[in-house]
Design a protein around this ligand. Structure first.
Ligand SMILES: Cc1ncc(COP(=O)(O)O)c(C=O)c1O
Length: 367
């Protein structure tokens, strides 16, 4: 493969492939023509570049505004979002981590109230980061209402869809993700639900010029690889100059298998978590903590004779350890409304209903 995919003149082929897959993603999410971006090492890097681009769009080089810049996200946002803000120089006290509703979704009214209070206090709100598929519960924030608010308040809307974006390919995806197409920028992770080997993330921006404005730099030693009119130097759109041809594995996978089986695998991942939820609801000693959403189910063991919160947490920590210890299954744990939760994620294309049956049998034997 060519040495570096950062600039067009030495990597026109791979760069054409990258433009092609970016346009697939744009279409899958229903974003407008002209949307652009780049492939990245993963969702965390893409989030950092989104925050830097949003910051640049708001303050450009006016360092005096920087200490007052304030951004908004939820308690359920991935840690990569908050870390991206820190790395982008947003002071820690200006990263608002807002509470969510009963379905673990960030709502527009929570953002509106926080923005209003911050404006009164002299801060400079500039960015809302919503989630489309939270890591904890698969929740999707109220994207249409948040997009309306961002429009009214002139805030950059970034959607972290690293987890959930490729659900857009399923029959129910477009309705679930409605509003994502209005975002200023979106992160997708092909190395998650597009089954592409890592590392492979993606940042899409409605106005790729905003990325270029934030990242473009043109030293004299690169003048021989300046792009022509119809050409793209991806190094101008992000932090990386030397980069490898990530588009190839996406392009090959979609071209080789076709979209139909990929769509079917994603659908199946969603359905398997729903199947697991049915099994959990059948058992009186098990309790659903967050219903199946986008291939994630949160639940716990809850025997009728145990009611104390600390005892339940300790019991479920033991169950989690017992399930994972033999190595047959790898589930994870998290906290749902403060309670220790077992968390099943059913994305793997090899996972079957029989696996879920076996897992639930093991759960029953583990307490
Ligand atoms: C919702 C969400 N955002 C961001 C990330 C970070 O992405 P990455 O691990 O590709 O850097 C993840 C998962 O790791 C995620 O689930």
């Amino acid at each position: 493969m060519v040495q570096s995919q950062g600039v067009w003149p030495i990597a026109s082929g791979p760069n054409e492939l990258e433009l092609t897959v970016l346009d697939w993603f744009r279409q899958w999410l229903g974003m407008p023509n002209g949307t652009g971006g780049l492939l990245t090492s993963g969702g965390s890097t893409a989030a950092l570049m989104a925050v830097v681009a949003a910051r640049h769009a708001r303050v450009a080089d006016d360092a005096t505004l920087l200490p007052r810049l304030t951004m908004y996200t939820s308690t359920q946002a991935h840690s990569a979002v908050v870390r991206a803000a820190w790395m982008a120089g947003i002071s820690r006290e200006n990263v608002r981590v807002l509470p969510v509703d009963g379905a673990w979704r960030l709502r527009a009214d929570a953002v509106r109230n926080a923005v209003a209070a911050d404006r009164v206090a002299g801060r400079v709100p500039f960015l809302v980061v919503a989630s489309a598929g939270t890591t904890n519960t698969g929740a999707i924030d109220d994207l249409p209402a948040i997009a309306d608010l961002c429009g009214r308040e002139s805030l950059w809307l970034h959607v972290d869809a690293a987890y959930g974006a490729f659900a857009a390919l399923t029959a129910r995806g477009p309705e679930l993700l409605r509003g994502i197409e209005r975002a200023d920028s979106v992160v997708l992770d092909p190395h998650k639900w597009l089954y592409v080997p890592f590392e492979c993330g993606c940042l899409l921006a409605r106005e790729p010029g905003a990325l270029k404005s934030a990242f473009h730099i043109f030293p004299e030693y690169l003048k021989d690889v300046a792009p022509g009119d119809e050409e793209v130097n991806f190094a101008d759109y992000g932090e990386q100059l030397t980069r490898y041809a990530r588009a190839l594995k996406i392009w090959l996978s979609v071209r080789t298998f076709g979209l139909a089986p990929i769509r079917a695998m994603i659908e199946r991942g969603i359905e398997l978590a729903e199947y697991a939820e049915v099994l959990v609801r059948r058992e009186s000693a098990l309790e659903v903590l967050a219903p199946a959403r986008l291939g994630i189910l949160c639940f716990r063991a809850h025997p009728s004779d145990v009611d104390d919160a600390a005892t339940l947490d300790a019991l479920n920590e033991r169950v989690n350890a017992r399930i994972n210890e033999p190595g047959r299954f790898l589930i994870s744990s998290t906290k749902v409304n403060g309670a220790f939760s077992l968390r099943v994620c059913t994305h793997n294309w090899r996972t079957s209903e029989r696996d879920i049956d076996e897992l639930m049998g093991l759960v029953r034997e583990s307490f």
